[in-house]
Write a protein that binds this ligand. Structure first.
Ligand code: ADE
Length: 232
């Protein structure tokens, strides 16, 4: 059982999405326990303030350290990174992080039993959070989101579908895109001809070796066209 705690100022953002598809099924099967926590729960002032102006000046607001420290300490039962249980990871979602990959998703799905995700907001998060609490600072790509919430969902989805038993057919997660630096091959389903558009003949003839060769070549062509960087 993987336990996953999300620290966010928008806990409702997650409620709907956790009720669909793979995530819903993994929860129902007891493979994962997910909870989105409102960061304001760990504030102690009347206005439940979670942000403040940046030292040194500049635009925007920065998430304050105190509520995040209180949240992570309560959820991990440890004062700082060096005291976490060996299978605990605290992940900060931010555009300054390491870019998330399938290899990172595989590593997380195999090495962890407790993940705490901190969703950044505004112009940033007080750096003492990254220095003291965070084991992995993760970005989902080279673009800037308004907050870490969509990124946390991306990480959770990629990771949960790799948990043994989450996807019906285990080989469907070992043969897929990125597992061997190649994109997935194109797929077709019925009807064999639609609006004058035909499914490649080879896929209809039942010759497994020919089909495997066609798929390999089609995957290579698609990778050359859309992601030449993967072939280097
Ligand atoms: N927060 C804002 N942009 C982000 C990104 N690209 N990845 C993760 N968290 C973010």
């Amino acid at each position: 059982m993987l336990r996953c705690d999300i620290i966010t100022i928008f806990p409702d953002f997650f409620r709907e999405t956790f009720a669909y598809g793979i995530i819903r099924r993994a929860r129902a099967a007891g493979l994962v326990e997910l909870e989105a926590h409102d960061l304001r729960r760990w504030t102690s002032d009347k206005h439940r303030i979670v942000d403040d102006r940046p030292f040194g000046g500049g635009e925007g607001m920065v998430l304050k350290p105190e509520p995040i420290f209180a949240a992570v300490r309560e959820l991990t039962g440890a004062a700082s990174r060096k005291d976490y249980a060996s299978q605990t990871r605290v992940i900060l979602l931010s555009p300054q992080g390491r870019v998330f990959t399938q290899a990172m998703a595989q590593d997380l799905s195999q090495q962890t039993s407790h993940i705490v995700l901190i969703c950044g907001r505004y112009e940033g998060v007080d750096e003492r959070v990254a220095d003291e609490l965070v084991t992995d600072e993760v970005s989902i790509g080279d673009y800037v989101l308004s907050g870490g919430e969509p990124a946390a969902l991306v990480v959770i989805d990629a990771l949960i579908r790799l948990l043994p038993g989450a996807v019906g057919n285990e080989s469907s997660t070992t043969n897929e895109s990125f597992t061997e630096s190649l994109l997935d091959c194109p797929q077709y389903t019925r009807p064999p001809e639609f609006s004058g558009l035909k499914v490649p003949e080879v896929l209809l003839n039942g010759h497994h070796a020919e089909i495997a060769r066609w798929r390999r070549e089609a995957a290579l062509k698609k990778t050359e066209r859309n992601r030449p960087d993967l072939l280097k």
